[in-house]
Design a binder for this molecule. Structure first.
Ligand code: NAD
Length: 260
C-alpha cells in the first residue's frame, strides 16, 4: 500500500511552520501540488517552503474570516482545482477568567475567528465547490471528489485549563463541524475527517514545554512529545482516499495522554 496523491491538489492552512509545514511537506512528498497558506507574518519561510515543494504560497490573516473566502478563491485560482483542504491554522491564546472582560472577550474573538469561523468559511467554500463538481460530472453517490481534514486538539475531548476555555470550545466546535460536514455532504462527493493532536513540539507548545517538558512527556504513555512530522502522516493518510469510510471521525494523535 502506498499513499499516492499524484495529480492531486491541496490547500494547507498555517503551513509555514509546525504541523502545517510537516503536512505540506508530506503531501508534496506523496505527489500532491500544495498551496502553502500563511498568516502574512512568516512570508519568507512560506515562500521558501512553497518553492522547495514546487507549490504556491498564499497569505491570508484568518483573524478576519472574510479572508478565508479570499484564500479559497486564490487557492482555486493558483491550483486550478482543489482536491484536499487541510484546515490546520490555529492560535492558543491565554485569557485567565480573572482578567477584565474586554481582554477576555478579545481572546475569545481572536480564538474563535481563527480556529473556528475562518475554518468554517473555508470548509463552506470547499464543500460547495466539491458538491458542484460532483453534480456536474454525474458521479455516483459515495464517489468522493474532495477531502477535508481539520486539525482540532485533545482539548476538544478532554477540555483544557481555565485560561484556555476559548481554545477548548473552538476545537470542540471544529470536531462538531467536521462530523456535520461528513454527515451532510457524503452523497455529494465530500469526505471530512479530523485529527486531534496532543502536545506537539511546535511554536504553539513552546511555552508549555519550556515550563514543564518532563511533566508533559509523563502524560503520554510513550514518554515522548510528538514531533510535527509524527502527526502529519495521519493527516496525509486521511487525505489520500484510503480511509473514506472513516469519514466523520476525528483521530487522536496524543500518545495516549487522553484516551476516549
Ligand atoms: P504553530 O503555532 O507552529 O502553527 C500555527 C499555524 O497557524 C501557523 O502557521 C500560523 O501562522 C497559523 N496562524 C495562526 N494565526 C493565524 C492567523 N491569524 N491567520 C492565518 N494563520 C494563522 O502551531 P502548531 O502546533 O503547528 O498548530 C497547528 C494546529 O495544531 C493548530 O490548529 C493547533 O491548535 C493544533 N494543535 C497543536 C498542538 C500542539 O501542542 N502544538 C496540540 C493540539 C492541537
Amino acid at each position: 500500500m502506498t499513499l499516492d496523491l499524484t495529480g492531486k491538489t491541496a490547500l494547507v492552512t498555517g503551513a509555514s511552520r509546525g504541523i502545517g509545514r510537516a503536512v505540506a511537506e508530506q503531501l508534496a512528498g506523496a505527489g500532491a501540488t500544495v498551496a502553502v497558506h500563511h498568516s502574512g507574518r512568516n512570508s519568507e519561510a512560506a515562500a521558501a517552503l512553497a518553492e522547495r515543494l514546487g507549490g504556491h504560497e498564499i497569505a491570508a490573516d484568518l483573524a478576519n474570516p472574510r479572508e478565508a473566502k479570499r484564500l479559497w478563491d486564490e487557492a482555486l485560482d493558483v491550483l486550478g482545482t482543489v482536491d484536499v483542504v487541510v484546515a490546520n491554522a490555529g492560535v492558543f491564546v491565554e485569557a485567565d477568567p480573572e482578567v477584565p472582560l474586554d481582554d477576555w472577550l478579545a481572546a475569545w474573538d481572536q480564538t474563535l475567528s481563527v480556529n473556528l469561523t475562518s475554518l468554517a468559511v473555508l470548509s463552506r467554500e470547499a464543500v460547495n465547490h466539491w458538491a458542484a463538481r460532483h453534480a456536474e460530472s454525474d458521479r455516483q453517490p459515495g464517489e468522493i471528489v474532495g477531502r477535508l481534514v481539520t486539525v482540532s486538539s485533545r482539548a476538544a475531548f478532554r477540555g483544557d485549563d481555565p485560561a484556555f476555555l476559548a481554545y477548548a470550545a473552538s476545537k470542540g466546535g471544529v470536531v462538531a463541524l467536521t462530523k456535520s460536514i461528513a454527515r451532510g455532504w457524503g452523497r455529494r462527493g465530500v469526505a471530512a475527517f479530523g485529527v486531534a493532536p496532543g502536545f506537539t513540539a511546535t511554536d504553539m507548545a513552546s511555552g508549555a514545554l519550556a515550563e514543564d517538558a518532563d511533566g508533559l512527556r509523563a502524560q503520554t504513555s510513550l514518554g515522548a512529545i510528538a514531533e510535527p512530522e509524527e502527526v502529519a502522516p495521519t493527516v496525509v493518510f486521511l487525505a489520500s482516499g484510503l480511509a473514506d469510510h472513516a469519514t466523520g471521525t476525528t483521530v487522536d494523535v496524543n500518545g495516549a495522554s487522553y484516551v476516549r
